[in-house]
Design a protein around this ligand. Structure first.
Ligand code: CTP
Length: 376
């Protein structure tokens, strides 16, 4: 039985990056032998085991045979006669298909090291097609490594384009797509991910609304800006969809099964983008401000409004920045209204609600007059 370090750890060591996870491949062992040595099997169907002490993953060398379309269409085959090379051959990119022996020697049957030096992302073999998610993975590695000069080679671009045109992406479940996409949103150059998917014709399958070049361009600009400010996943996703009409963006966020905070921020950003456009150049009317702040559900969660303003600042046309400032001033003023004070004054039920809104409006009016005077 022999053990090899494989995949991302070998790649990242050669790139001089921090290695986060260690994945191992075991050659020449059976599942029973692994269990005898104290390893714990991860899932019933996959020959992957956890080390009893380090809890790192040890997978039996395996090959996979594709039998139908999409991810579920292939079966796993692991047996002691599967070699390390068989195992590396079914991996996605050559830079991910290198192994290291226990003595630290590189095993590199597919010239991953040469591709790494030449800054090339290249598929290992036709087995790449076994999992269409690899199109997104390749785009994600491009987004990560583009600042170091990496690009996807022509053959791999052609193969991915063919996979897209044959409808392979339609077989991916939304959960797997989102998992890759949300990681891509945090890579070094997230815009490279979406640009590459667009070039492959994949974006129109994954986010059809971004087929409109103007919406895509505006979204990518906003994403680059929010990325610079270290925005959350929700902010990044909302920035990407920010130029879409609100119902389209909300529908897409739901169809992609994004988490609630992503859906919420997408809804708010798109809603405010439309509303801000409609606000006259003379500034924000107090009643309008009150309604907008109410829609943002500011009264219960003020920090969410701050996140929204930050995202909008990356998204909106600079001529709208003064309005964002007015909204902030209005929010600061209105959040000073304490319902308990009004309760203590004897307001109840519907009247209490009206009194709160009345007081908020008064404070917003005062704050907006004050900020307009200062500007004047
Ligand atoms: N792999 C693959 N196809 C996939 C997923 C994974 O070929 N759809 C292979 C690659 O060889 C990869 C390894 O499995 O290097 C481990 O996968 P994973 O841990 O998901 O990715 P890493 O390459 O370690 O990348 P990251 O740094 O993003 O975790």
């Amino acid at each position: 039985m022999q053990t090899y370090l494989v995949g991302g750890a070998v790649r990242d060591k050669l790139l001089g990056l921090n290695v986060k996870d260690h994945d191992w491949v075991v050659v020449g062992a059976t599942p029973e032998e692994m269990l005898e040595r104290g390893f714990k099997q991860v899932g019933a169907d996959f020959p992957v085991f956890l080390h009893p002490k380090t809890h790192e993953e040890y997978a039996l060398a395996r090959t996979e045979r594709k039998q139908g379309q999409g991810y579920h269409g292939f079966s796993v085959y692991a047996a002691p006669d599967v070699t390390l090379e068989d195992d590396l051959k079914r991996r996605d990119l050559t830079i991910n298909a290198m192994a290291e022996t226990e003595n630290g020697e590189l095993v590199d049957p597919f010239n991953g090291h040469t591709d790494l030096r030449n800054r090339t992302l290249r598929h290992v073999s036709d087995a790449f097609c076994e999992d269409p998610l690899r199109i997104l993975r390749t785009a994600r590695f491009a987004a990560r490594l583009a600042p170091r000069g990496f690009t996807v080679c022509k053959q791999t671009m052609d193969l991915m384009r063919r996979m897209v045109s044959e409808g392979e992406l339609e077989h991916l479940v939304p959960e797997r797509v989102w998992q890759e996409m949300q990681r891509a949103l945090h890579e070094q150059s997230p815009t490279v991910f979406f640009d590459l998917l667009r070039e492959l014709g994949a974006l129109t399958v994954l986010i059809p609304e971004l087929a409109d070049p103007l919406a895509l361009e505006a979204g990518l600009r906003a994403l680059a800006c929010i990325h610079k400010h270290e925005g959350s996943t929700a902010q990044r996703f909302a920035a990407l969809l920010s130029a879409l009409p609100e119902p389209d963006a909300v529908h897409r966020a739901a169809a992609m099964k994004t988490p609630n905070d992503c859906r919420d921020m997408t809804h708010l950003v798109c809603l405010f983008m439309t509303e801000l456009d409609g606000i006259s150049k003379n500034g924000l009317a107090p009643q309008q401000a009150l309604e907008l702040l109410g829609r943002a559900d500011l009264w219960r969660r003020a920090e969410r409004f701050e996140t929204l303003l930050q995202t909008l600042a990356c998204t909106a046309n600079p001529s709208l920045y003064p309005i964002l400032e007015q909204l902030r001033a209005a929010a600061d003023a209105a959040s000073g209204v304490n319902p308990r004070d009004l309760l203590a004054q004897g307001y109840k039920g519907k009247e209490l609600g009206e009194a709160i809104q009345h007081e908020r409006l008064a404070r917003i009016t005062h704050a907006l007059n004050h900020s307009q005077q200062q500007e004047g």
